[in-house]
Design a protein around this ligand. Structure first.
Ligand SMILES: NC(=O)c1ccc[n+]([C@@H]2O[C@H](COP(=O)([O-])OP(=O)(O)OC[C@H]3O[C@@H](n4cnc5c(N)ncnc54)[C@H](OP(=O)(O)O)[C@@H]3O)[C@@H](O)[C@H]2O)c1
Length: 222
C-alpha cells in the first residue's frame, strides 16, 4: 500500500509514516521546511518540500498520484492566527479531498477532534475557532463521495504507546498517545470494510487490532 500523508513531519504523521514503512508500505507527503526532509529520511521516510496551501489542486493530485490512500493529520497547531487555522484545519481537508478525487484515490482518513474536547475548561476564542474549523473539515469529507474514515482522537500525548485503546462511535474524552493514534490509523487503512464512519479513539483497554476488528464486525452488520 502507498499512503500520502498530509502532516507527515508532525507528531502523529511522523509516527504513522514510520509505522507504515516498518511494515513494508510506501509513504510520501509534503513538508514545509527542507530540514524536515532530512529528519524524516533518517527514519527511512521519504517526503518532499511542499506546502499544501500554496499547491494547486492539480499539483496536489499529481503529487499523490499512485497512492492507495490519503491521511490528513496536518494542523496549524495554533500558529499563524485564525486565518491559518481556517486555511489548514478548516479548508485543508476539503482541498485535499478534491485533489484525491482528481487523482482517482478513494480512501481518505481524516484526523479530527472530539467535539467536546476540553470544552469544560472554558478554552479561549482561538481554540473555539479551531473546533469550528475541524467540524467544517468533517462536513466537507462526509459530503464527498470518497471512501472516508474520520478518526477523532482525544488529547494527544507524546508518552510511549500502550497498544491499548477504546475505539467506537462515541467515547469519553481523555488522553491518547500519538503512537497509539498512528497504530490505529495503520489498522484502519488495512481494514477497507470500515468506511464512511466517524470514530472516536482514546487511551483504553482493548488491543488496537481487536478494537479495529470489533468496529469492522459491527460495520458489517445489516
Ligand atoms: N493536540 C491535540 O491534543 C489534538 C487532539 C485531537 C486532534 N488533534 C489533531 O491531530 C492531528 C495531529 O496532531 P499533531 O499534534 O500530531 O500535529 P502537529 O505535530 O502539529 O503536526 C502537524 C503538521 O502539519 C504540518 N502542516 C501544517 N500546515 C501545512 C501545510 N500547509 N503544508 C504541509 N504541512 C503542513 C505542520 O508542518 P510544520 O512542521 O511546518 O508546522 C506539522 O508538521 C491534527 O490534525 C490535530 O488537529 C490534535
Amino acid at each position: 500500500m502507498k499512503v500520502f500523508v498530509i502532516g507527515i513531519a508532525g507528531g502523529v504523521g511522523h509516527r504513522l509514516a514510520k509505522a507504515l514503512i516498518a511494515k513494508g508500505d510506501d509513504v510520501s507527503g509534503p513538508v514545509r521546511r527542507p530540514e524536515q526532509i532530512d529528519a524524516l529520511a533518517q527514519d527511512g521516510v521519504p517526503s518532499f518540500q511542499g506546502d499544501f496551501l500554496a499547491m494547486s489542486i492539480d499539483e496536489l493530485a499529481r503529487a499523490m498520484a499512485g497512492s492507495d490512500a490519503i491521511v490528513f493529520t496536518a494542523g496549524a497547531g495554533g500558529k499563524g492566527g485564525a486565518a491559518a487555522t481556517t486555511a489548514i484545519d478548516g479548508e485543508g481537508p476539503g482541498k485535499l479531498a478534491k485533489a484525491a478525487i482528481e487523482a482517482g484515490i478513494k480512501r481518505f482518513v481524516l484526523v479530527s477532534v472530539f467535539p467536546e474536547a476540553w470544552r469544560e475548561r472554558h478554552m479561549n476564542e482561538s481554540f473555539e475557532h479551531y473546533m469550528v474549523q475541524k467540524k467544517r473539515a468533517e462536513i466537507d469529507l462526509v459530503q464527498s463521495d470518497l471512501d472516508w474514515v474520520i478518526l477523532r482522537p482525544s488529547a494527544l500525548t507524546n508518552d510511549p504507546g500502550t497498544g491499548l485503546v477504546d475505539l467506537g462511535l462515541a467515547q469519553v474524552h481523555h488522553e491518547i498517545t500519538r503512537d497509539d493514534v498512528a497504530a490505529t490509523i495503520v489498522d484502519l487503512l488495512e481494514t477497507p470494510k470500515i468506511s464512511r464512519i466517524i470514530l472516536e479513539v482514546t487511551g483504553g483497554s482493548t488491543a488496537i487490532g481487536m478494537a479495529v476488528e470489533a468496529v469492522a464486525r459491527s460495520a458489517a452488520k445489516p
